[in-house]
Design a protein around this ligand. Structure first.
Ligand code: AMP
Length: 251
């Protein structure tokens, strides 16, 4: 696996891959089996695989959340190497933001709902960084998890709006056996928190109205950020031990 740190270097390499299909998985590190499922699909479906590891500060509205994000670059490298990834793109802030975030991409509608309503600026940061990464990597196919369903929908809209030559591939949520959606942030939970966390998915899966689901989550000990049913999907975010967990389910 080649580790590339600058946009120029990657763009140079990309020229040599001109007639190959390139599969790309953007991540923020702290890699786990959820990421791995996207990575394996990218490897299988393309001639060349590229993964990025970049903890993007512009999508964090909460500084503490960013500072405590559980990622370990050496562990990530080992996992990617073992999976058989061809290129790891691991840029720094000056590489990704030569403009110091003077330019940003904003969606004015759906990005203001759900997680966007609770995390001001979050999706501006996500759309901007993914646009930048797609411009550098120029993948044939880019893989995103349905765990971040709202994010996937917004990225799909971005690709259409800006006539971008990339196919976005949605990938199913990977869960622990107990139903908990795997997330880097799960590592921030105590053993007691980890024992309680699966109740989040269990309660969403049991269904009901927004108010009923909210009540059930509160009774189970979660602090509810939001529960919204929209287009036949339940979206929810809760806090457990100050860790923010999200999940969504088709109804
Ligand atoms: P992140 O590192 O959290 O930005 O995630 C990178 C990509 O992996 C995003 O497209 C996520 O939706 C996806 N992802 C993270 N966790 C899971 C999971 N449990 N199942 C499926 N995809 C996931």
């Amino acid at each position: 696996m080649k580790v590339i740190k600058t946009a120029e270097e990657f763009k140079q390499i990309r020229k040599s891959l001109e007639n190959k299909s390139v599969g790309f998985v953007p991540t923020m590190g702290g890699l786990h089996n959820g990421h791995l499922s996207l990575i394996q699909k990218a490897i299988k479906e393309n001639d060349v695989s590229v993964v990025s590891v970049y903890l993007n500060p512009t999508q964090f509205n909460d500084k503490k959340d960013l500072e405590t994000y559980p990622a370990n670059f050496d562990d990530d490298c080992a996992l990617l190497e073992k999976a058989g990834v061809d290129y790891l793109f691991a840029p720094t802030y000056p590489v990704m933001y030569p403009d110091d975030y003077k330019y940003m991409l904003t969606e004015k509608d759906f990005s203001k709902e759900l997680c966007g309503a609770k995390r001001p600026g979050h999706f501006d940061g996500v759309l901007t960084v993914v646009m930048k990464l797609l411009n550098i990597v120029r993948p044939t196919n880019a893989y995103f998890g349905e765990k971040d369903y709202q994010q996937f929908k917004l990225l799909e809209g971005m690709v259409q709006a800006f006539f971008m030559d990339v196919k976005l591939i949605p990938c199913p949520i990977v869960r622990e056996e107990n139903g908990l959606a795997i997330s880097s942030r799960n590592r921030k939970l105590s053993p007691a928190g980890l024992a309680m966390a699966p109740k989040f998915h269990e309660i969403l899966a049991a269904g009901g109205s927004e108010a009923e689901i909210t009540k059930a989550l509160e009774n189970a000990g979660f602090k509810v950020d939001y529960v919204t049913i929209k287009d036949n999907r339940i979206y929810a975010a809760v806090f457990l031990e100050e860790v923010r967990l999200i999940d969504n389910l088709e109804r």
